[in-house]
Design a protein. Sequence first.
Length: 179
Amino acid sequence: MALSATLYTFAVQLADVDRGVYQDMDLRVARHPSETAEYMLTRVLAYCLEYEDGISFSDGGVSSDEAPVLVRDLTGHVTAWIDVGAPDVDRIHRAAKLADRVAIYTHRDPVKVLAALPAKRIHKSDAIPVYSFDSAFVEDAAAAIERRTAVSVSVTERLLYLDLGGAAFSTQIEEHRLA
């Protein structure tokens, strides 16, 4: 018998000063059995940091051919493909051809992620940012997640402040490029 996803509910207060985005939202996130808490947290942070009209979590799991976070316009066209973790080079190449914009958020060592994504094999690789969070930040914050969590996400000058149910964390959002 296959294991089913576990549903997490996040009451998010987002204040992204860098982009001028201020939003309160309720997110229901299905954590798939093969998904780590660190991956799920990175997925939620990517959603918050990329928030705009038309954003949604995909229906697919960790190994799906669809991005964990997508932005679609009113016609259904994918305007942004937001990947998480250490995606496959072929997947990112396809994404760069499909979507207007691609971004990768990782909780893993960015040097290893970048090494696994050779720029010469990826369409428009020079336009794809890879954002990384300190691994200790992600591990500590992931340990504070409960099935229902109040979350405050604040970003100013690429410094991320995160409050998960009263536990406070902060880290610098590092930006890297494939090319």
